[in-house]
Design a binder for this molecule. Sequence first.
Ligand SMILES: [Zn+2]
Length: 173
Amino acid sequence: MIPTLDLLYSRCDEVGNCRLWKQACTAQGLPIISLSAKQRGMSVRRIVYKLTHERGVIAGRFVSPSCGNMKCISEHCLVQRTRSEYMIAAGRLGAYSSAATTARLTRVARSRSKLANGIESAREIRAMHAGGAPLSEIADEHGITVSAVWKIVKNMMWREVIVTNSVFNQRTT
Ligand SMILES: [Zn+2]
């Protein structure tokens, strides 16, 4: 089931041309919605973009708000960006607050890593998969290939390091 634009906008605060999502967001502040048991954690921005642009979203592109408000899903604000454009914009918007995170993002971009936000993205990908999101949608969302998503889900890439005595380790840091 694809929601209508009116339905999505009814779940937003209206501020000028912006529509600020009032419902669920990812840990990174991206508006999400669950459409069905199998389609959980879908990007609201991508849905709005697809509803309002006949040609949809180019594979691997991010949809982000030109107004700078992370919660904005307005059709008037959303633009497609490449991964590097997206990260530059996100840095400017203060989406990733700390200087350390910004520095890490820059390093990730330089190393041409396939994940915008490293292990955090991998965790998000696994969570989306556990929630039943289709591999293609996850791939689209993160600007990577379906096979890369599969490898991450199967712990063949971005494997979690399992710390056995985690309580002890937490105390020492
Ligand atoms: Zn906006």
